[in-house]
Design a protein around this ligand. Sequence first.
Ligand code: ZN
Ligand code: ZN
Ligand code: ZN
Length: 472
Amino acid sequence: MHVCALRSCGKAIDEAAAQVATTANIRGLTAALKAGKTAVNWKVVGRNTGDAYFHRACFDALQASLRRRRGNRSTAALETKRAKRGNDGVQANTDGPAGSVMESGLRRSSRLRRAPATTAEAKSTAALSPLSRESFDEGPQLTGRERAVFEEAMSTAEYTDSLEDIKAKAAAVASLIKDINAAHSDGGVCFFTGAGISTNAGIGDYRGRKGKWTEEDTGVTTDEDGGIDYEALRPTFTHEAIAKMVGDNTAAFVITQNCDCLHGLSGVPADKLAELHGNVFVEVCSRCRTRYMCSQYVLDDESEAVVESGKIPKGSHVEVCPTCGLNHFTGRYCSRTIQGKRCNGKLKDTIINFGDDLEEPILTAAERAAAKCKLMISLGSSMTVTPANSLVDTAPKLVVVNRQLTDYDKKAKRTARVFADTDTFMRLLMEHLLPDKELERWDEFVEKTKRRSYDAARQPDAKPIVIPQPHA
Ligand SMILES: [Zn+2]
Ligand SMILES: [Zn+2]
Ligand SMILES: [Zn+2]
């Protein structure tokens, strides 16, 4: 159990209570911290890195202190700065009028970008803790260096609703799903998933407290061996629940930004899945377009240095991609025989990097599903990457389950905005959707039968399988 890092509180945080977790670079604060002169009692977890857990109310009080000190005018300046910067520390793209991609529907903008202009965090920190006049001179005081540290911590904050809240929201979403499925024969419920659903599978969340982009942003690094091979990843409870719902026709389609292949592995059929940003286990022939599903990660990570140096030796499979500046060629060649002749075309990965265009048939299938659905359930995504994020805006009703603030919280609040681990939420949801006996049977099937098939699919010597063109 964690203890609240607000020094003036210091009380234990009940696991089932609403809470906030943050990480920040605490460089320059160590002496004051040791002397007990900081408002936040950071727990040192690495060189210059501090963790902190708070009661939700204590975190809000600290945010209030930050704004109180800066006053209204400078707060506005601070928020504009944050808005421009984007959560990932990269200057937001400003091609076209701000927000146009999101508002006009992304039809002709299939290029992968980080979202323009508005970050949720900038807008909603203001909304989260309304300042009353009386509170102006009360509560914790953040001073000097600590203000900057806390400001950074705010951008990595992960919120968790109280368990009671999560339960109530899961019950409400379950009954909405039942209503929608009773009224519409198909296409009613869609999922939209991001890196947050794979954190329990061992893969880093890109925007979480220890996310890769956040690390680049803050200079805070976690241990080198924190990563895990893609081959070792297995579907989480969330993946299993989604696969079950698709199998039962309770959900119609899954749109994902994840490249880890875990939806496919858990059994979501290819015609009900749009992997917007590619799949690290799929390579495609640059000559005959044949696609291969492999048991191993296909990207050629090693040639990255060659690409960076710009000196690509003649005859090398490495080529600089004109749109992303990286290399997509895997170093393997197409084994397909066409009219008695081996194709031998160079194989490419299917990964969409920043700057690359999304694959049109996949994007179109996702758009069609999003346009048709009555409810979109977004899980584990901060929804800051275009054009993917605009898909969540198409649905009339939106549920967002993510521990960080997002630009779509306001819309989601009309249905359900859940701050929770996606596995926790999906477990509660399944308890409402399935009768006890069936839930038990399904749990057992996943544990005893399904999980065994995953190891087989990831055998290093398994032959690549030719798969159909997605959504052809
Ligand atoms: Zn507290
Ligand atoms: Zn080929
Ligand atoms: Zn590229």
